[in-house]
Design a protein around this ligand. Sequence first.
Ligand SMILES: [Zn+2]
Length: 712
Amino acid sequence: MVGRSTAGSVKHLGGHVVSATIDEALQIIRKRIAPLWPLHSFVATNPLGGLTDETFEDAVDMAVADPLLGAVGPVTAHLTDRSALASAGDVILIKWLEQYCTADQVTWQPPFPMDDFLKFARAYAAVDPAVADTTPFAGDLSAAEIIDDAVQLSPGRDPVEVLSAQLDALPGWAGYVLALSDDPTHPERITIEQVCAVRLLLATALDEPLLEESAPAGDGGRTLLAPIEEGESSLRELLHAAATSRSHQDSPSEAALCFCIDARSEPLRRELEDRGPYTTYGVPGFFGLPVSSRSPVHGSQLACPPLFTDLSRMSRRTQDGVGTPRRWLQQLQDIIQSLEHGIVTAYSTVESRGWVDALWLSVKTLSPAWGPDLSHGGGPPAEIELEMDHSTAIMHISQLFEQIGLDTTVPIICFVGHESRSRNNAHASTLDCGACGGHSGVANARALANLCNDGEIRAGLSSAGVDLPDTTTFVAARHETTTDTVEIIDPPTGSRTIGALQDVLAEASTAVARSRAGGVNHAVARSQDPAQPRPEWGLARNGGMIVGPRRFSRGTDLDGRVFLQSYAHGDDPEGTVLASLLTGPVQVAHWINAQYLFSTLLPAQLGAGSKLYHNPLAGIGVRRACFGDLQRGLPQQSTHLPSGEPYHEPIRLQVLIIAPPDIVTAALAAAPHIAGLYTRGWLRIDVLNPSTPTRIQPAQLPVDTPSTGMGT
Ligand SMILES: [Zn+2]
């Protein structure tokens, strides 16, 4: 036994120099794994985010050859046959991971330690007949000591090789464990280090090799990338034409509506602006509130991008629903769900309600719009309680208003949160708001409207320099992206402005739904059909982003493909605000874009495969059929047509920033990760100087471009 290597030292084992210590190797492994968030909070990530120190092309080449990054691993390849798994160790490890990570969803937990995966595995191994030799599991070595021993038994092999070999067959589970250990709303109780240690113990117990020879990286990715530049060029031309062909004049407005930057908002904003004196803004859909929310089923969940660690708590209480049919149905569903989770009642509940479900499913399949709507999303309004002190709230709100240059003197300011509706859809959260951690953004919009209408907050905002007359009222609205309907929640009564706005919103919604999905009724039927694999296309075909005033793109049909982030450079001479937009909204848009890009380019490796084979596992992921690794990325039905042809056009994010070039250069210097992504070809950044609004140039990088520092 040796002590744990200290970071920065070089170990000599068997006459060979090993390049990394165990700590360093674990850091390298963690960077290479793409986090996989649970299904109920499916946050988009760049599946090759750990390779952003490489050029885009080199990273794709590496992914094609490396199981942990992207190549088809032995476990992900099979569909139905347990014997096709790579090793008996992987079979057992997956079984243990499934039981450990889903234990908090059952009423009877396994009689093993549940606060440490290594202790859990030791206790389980003692009674698991699949583990014939339990000797390696005896003792009390820590995970680090077990890994140290394994490295010593593999002379001449880099610790990175030894550790990554333990996870090569389980990139999905490795990603899930990484996301869980990084989630600030969950206490850490399982780590990549523990999983590697347990896999090594299993290999020893089952007399399996600790690692096998892996294939060298080739250039297989280059051929995949050949067609994408043409699509990028044509979208860039669309952005340039939009930004340079307008008069760029602001017109008087009766209401300001703040939508999520989500590309699905763009058609609705365009239709709305065409029909009335309204101004729209684009902001990240969590509306600048770093909060978590509490769910009765899944506990604490992110309601903002996973870029914040210091979160305030938001809770939702259903109101006005007592005694209504929908409330009764909800209570009945809660009772049935609790019975299904009981170890004694689970089987009898499922058996006894099966015929009712079969009848109900048959009716809803033949006539989806018939009967009550039980789809994911929607529901009665909820009362929002936000645990955030006034000074913090004033700081967040004034920052948000300053970022987007919001005109706070208009009579109505409406925050529009968005959510999707679908049924029988394991990946439903991929259609909700990515900026809200894969949840509805309606609660965030309501929380912000409530704050802005509070007398003390308004006084604080005025003291902070926000021009906020008493005549300005804040409201919240819900945008259902599946049907493109918009509902203002709790509208103030007697307001002619609100009444006119509601009428125009209804017209705009109808126009968008008609152009996109064949009409509102058709869209509603799709959202309620349990047999519908494509309730909506989500963010498929996304590819561009404009950071700048809306007036530069207003009136142009951007085909729902462009993220629109409002930005006013007038009060930002140092580029500080723009830097925060680069590290926030641009980063999130890059994650979303990369997830669609790689789910389309490498669907078998970095996508989740067809929904036809999906077997959801307790709300945390999907497997293909009964066994195997958790599937990563988006399902095939989110990116491909029924014919099998790609619907999503796989291109990298094309960003157009409308601001003076020196401000953009200063912002890039303060956002080194985004500058690195740009330098290495992961996204493109162009700049339009508002004072010369016909010339668009590539962004100029600062003289010293620091290396990237973020993993995903
Ligand atoms: Zn959103």
